[in-house]
Design a protein around this ligand. Structure first.
Ligand code: T46
Length: 136
């Protein structure tokens, strides 16, 4: 079994001579029912985003244009994953501090989530997040 904090999954490619077509389907790349989709775009060079954890939310992140680096932290270990292909998705479960860095010009990060937006699901204080992970 993998000890990775997050899981990279293949997004099936169904393109042909006309161009690309990528599919995220329940039971395929998507292991949960999607209740919300949002996309992050137009992030200025040098700007980082995220800096929070989710208590319950599950997400599949696909960089459909350009590239971005995601940093994940479980309170002890940190992992960094560069997303630069619409053929790869990053599954992020709850309880991980996430930051997004190094957006390329024109980058678009599409996020499929298993719940509606709920600010109460966010932990935006890193010290509080670390304390919660260490049972404090
Ligand atoms: C995450 C990373 C990967 C809404 O009103 N509805 C929404 O569905 C979302 C996602 C955000 N918002 C509001 C809340 C804030 O006032 O939009 C504003 C920006 O959200 P936030 O600062 O959380 O955005 P990011 O880019 O730091 O983080 C986002 C997601 O919020 C978050 O779930 O895991 O992308």
């Amino acid at each position: 079994m993998s000890d990775k904090l997050v899981q990279l999954v293949d997004i099936p490619q169904r393109g042909d001579a006309r161009g690309g077509l990528a599919v995220a389907e329940l039971g395929g790349a998507l292991p949960f029912l999607v209740r919300r989709v949002y996309w992050i775009h137009g992030t200025s060079p040098g700007v980082s985003r995220g800096f929070h954890a989710h208590k319950q939310l599950r997400q599949l992140c696909v960089c459909v244009a350009g590239s971005v680096r995601l940093s994940l932290f479980d309170g002890r270990r940190e992992e960094s994953v560069v997303l630069d292909s619409s053929a790869k998705g990053l599954l992020i479960g709850p309880g991980l501090w996430r930051e997004m860095h190094d957006f390329s010009p024109g980058a678009v990060l599409m996020v499929f989530a298993n719940a509606e937006y709920d600010e109460a699901d966010y932990i935006r204080d890193k010290e509080a997040f670390i304390a919660s992970r260490h049972g404090a």
